[in-house]
Design a protein around this ligand. Structure first.
Ligand SMILES: *[C@@H]1O[C@H](CO)[C@@H](O)[C@H](O)[C@H]1NC(C)=O
Ligand SMILES: *[C@@H]1O[C@H](CO)[C@@H](O)[C@H](O)[C@H]1NC(C)=O
Ligand SMILES: *[C@@H]1O[C@H](CO)[C@@H](O)[C@H](O)[C@H]1NC(C)=O
Ligand SMILES: *[C@@H]1O[C@H](CO)[C@@H](O)[C@H](O)[C@H]1NC(C)=O
Ligand SMILES: *[C@@H]1O[C@H](CO)[C@@H](O)[C@H](O)[C@H]1NC(C)=O
Ligand SMILES: *[C@@H]1O[C@H](CO)[C@@H](O)[C@H](O)[C@H]1NC(C)=O
Ligand SMILES: *[C@@H]1O[C@H](CO)[C@@H](O)[C@H](O)[C@H]1NC(C)=O
Length: 447
């Protein structure tokens, strides 16, 4: 061995040691070709005229076929899912969802399930479908089938005026996986939130969420995706709902939300709320939202951090965002408090969740000036107007940083959104200093 090659070997050895010591290696992806077990789930829906419960058969399939398996919901077959499906020990399983799933139509029956659940005793949300384990692929149907019907309209209609949703509502689905996917997820009239997504290396494609209310009643809390994890992409989504379409929650890294149509009374694309627990450092980085059309939504791009929280939101971008009749195209606040007026318990006013490297580029369209807001308003002033006495609803950007140091390297470029009433668009801006934000792109009132 020459001296040179010995040196090279030693260096490579040292590099490999460093790699082993510092890189948190992700688990290897499971092998989809090893899914040799198959379970086809029978349905009693047709033979019972839509009365029998198919959940026992579904649960049985998730026991028999919990690893290296494909679970088939028959093409175009209806299934009553009258009790929650919890399958949290899956490994390398494809859920081939070619049928249609029906939650109970009876509100009180669902409330009874929720109130009697372990989750409820622990003050946690109950997910009607809870899937966990590595290598879960949920493959829906690209055509007419593959819907999950939750019959949420009845829940929204039963919500008393001035209330923000019935008690004991379940969430629809939790998917906690690594190297997995959610393809052609289709949800109609969810009772409340749609999908909590946790894990890493997950691809969500072609989701359709339809939480439009057909009455004057608002579909409260019908969020689309609540995401936390790493290396997650959501592509080609259609989300019409009454809460955020996508919310990035801590800790999250490398998330792409690309290609979407968002509407009805959606709250758009949000990061947060972050920093609720003042003792936990929240970390969010490398988040991209690109190529999105928003129609009638409350926000387009939105960041909310709790006053007194701690953490860092870094390298976030929104680009190619088309707004039609959007109330707040760009809305960032570091002084968040819960819409229900909940305040930070252990507020440490000296700390903030820092924002660093956040950009907004290529925004086009119109600002909702004639009927600003949405039907979620049950207080006067509305929760989304509280704390903004000077609002004219012609603002294209609203930015409230809690200190002159807490927002850095914020960039806007090519923002072409105009108030519907023809007035000049305005800015509300607090604490964005020019020296820390050299490419801000607009004059900040106090900065
Ligand atoms: C995410 O992807 C990056 C880049 O490919 C990789 O370095 C990292 O290990 C991945 N993280 C996880 C948790 O898989
Ligand atoms: C089937 O159920 C529907 C209502 O869901 C009812 O109108 C119909 O009479 C039932 N048919 C039979 C054969 O029981
Ligand atoms: C998700 O799955 C991982 C790995 O199995 C587990 O450690 C974690 O607690 C799960 N997260 C939730 C919120 O259930
Ligand atoms: C609204 O939806 C509910 C539930 O799907 C249905 O029963 C009702 O007829 C619909 N009402 C209107 C006005 O379309
Ligand atoms: C704009 O959105 C508001 C709130 O959703 C709605 O009431 C109004 O009809 C919309 N305006 C137009 C022009 O679509
Ligand atoms: C500022 O943010 C942009 C992305 O918005 C990034 O490319 C650049 O490196 C950042 N600069 C600094 C000094 O952080
Ligand atoms: C901005 O946030 C501060 C708290 O940091 C709050 O007191 C103030 O009302 C907010 N300003 C506006 C214009 O909302």
């Amino acid at each position: 061995m020459t001296l040179q090659s010995a040196l090279k070997t030693t260096i490579l050895f040292i590099i490999s040691l460093i790699n082993h010591a510092t890189v948190n290696k992700p688990v290897a992806p499971p092998d989809p070709t090893a899914r040799s077990n198959e379970c086809s789930i029978p349905s009693k829906y047709a033979s019972s005229n839509g009365t029998a419960d198919d959940s026992p058969a579904v649960l049985a399939a998730f026991v028999t076929c919990n690893r290296n398996a494909v679970i088939h919901f028959g093409r175009g077959v209806d299934y009553n899912i009258l009790t929650p499906i919890k399958a949290t020990n899956l490994n390398n399983v494809m859920i081939h969802m070619q049928g249609n799933l029906h939650l109970p139509r009876d509100i009180m029956a669902v409330q009874k399930v929720v109130s009697g659940s372990v989750e409820s005793a622990l003050s946690k949300p109950l997910y009607w479908f809870e899937f966990a384990g590595p290598g879960i692929d949920f493959l829906g149907n690209a055509y007419e089938d593959g819907w999950i019907y939750s019959y949420g309209q009845a829940w929204w209609d039963a919500n008393p005026t001035d209330a923000t949703g019935l008690a004991l509502r379940p969430q629809l689905m939790s998917l906690n996986t690594t190297y997995g996917s959610l393809q052609h997820f289709k949800s109609r009239q969810p009772i409340a939130g749609n999908v909590r997504l946790i894990g890493s290396n997950i691809a969500v494609t072609d989701a359709i969420i339809d939480a439009r209310s057909n009455s004057s009643k608002f579909p409260f809390n019908t969020f689309g995706f609540a995401v936390s994890g790493a290396n997650i992409s959501l592509t080609n989504s259609v989300i019409f709902n009454g809460d955020y379409a996508i919310a990035i929650q801590p800790d999250s890294h490398n998330i792409n939300f690309d290609g979407a149509t968002i509407g009805f009374a959606s709250r758009g694309m949000t990061i947060g709320p972050i920093g609720e627990d003042p003792n936990v450092f929240a970390s969010i980085s490398n988040i991209r939202f690109n190529d999105v059309t928003l129609i009638d939504s409350l926000y387009a791009a939105n960041i909310r951090t709790w006053a007194g929280g701690q953490g860092l939101i870094k390298d976030v971008s929104w680009s190619n965002i088309r707004n039609f009749n959007v109330t707040f195209p760009i809305f960032v606040t570091q002084a968040y408090s819960n819409p229900n007026g909940k305040q930070h318990s252990g507020k440490q006013s000296t700390s903030d969740v820092l924002l660093e490297g956040v950009s907004f580029k290529e925004f086009s369209g119109t600002i909702n000036t004639f009927h600003p807001g949405d039907g979620s308003c049950v207080t006067d002033p509305c929760w989304y107007n509280v704390g903004w006495p000077g609002l004219t609803h012609t603002e294209y950007v609203i930015f409230n940083c809690s200190t002159e140091l807490s927002c850095r390297n914020i960039t806007t470029a090519n923002i072409w959104v105009y108030p519907e009433n023809g007035e000049t668009s305005k800015i509300i801006c607090v604490n964005l200093k020019r020296n820390l934000n050299p490419t801000l792109g607009f004059p900040c009132g106090s900065g």
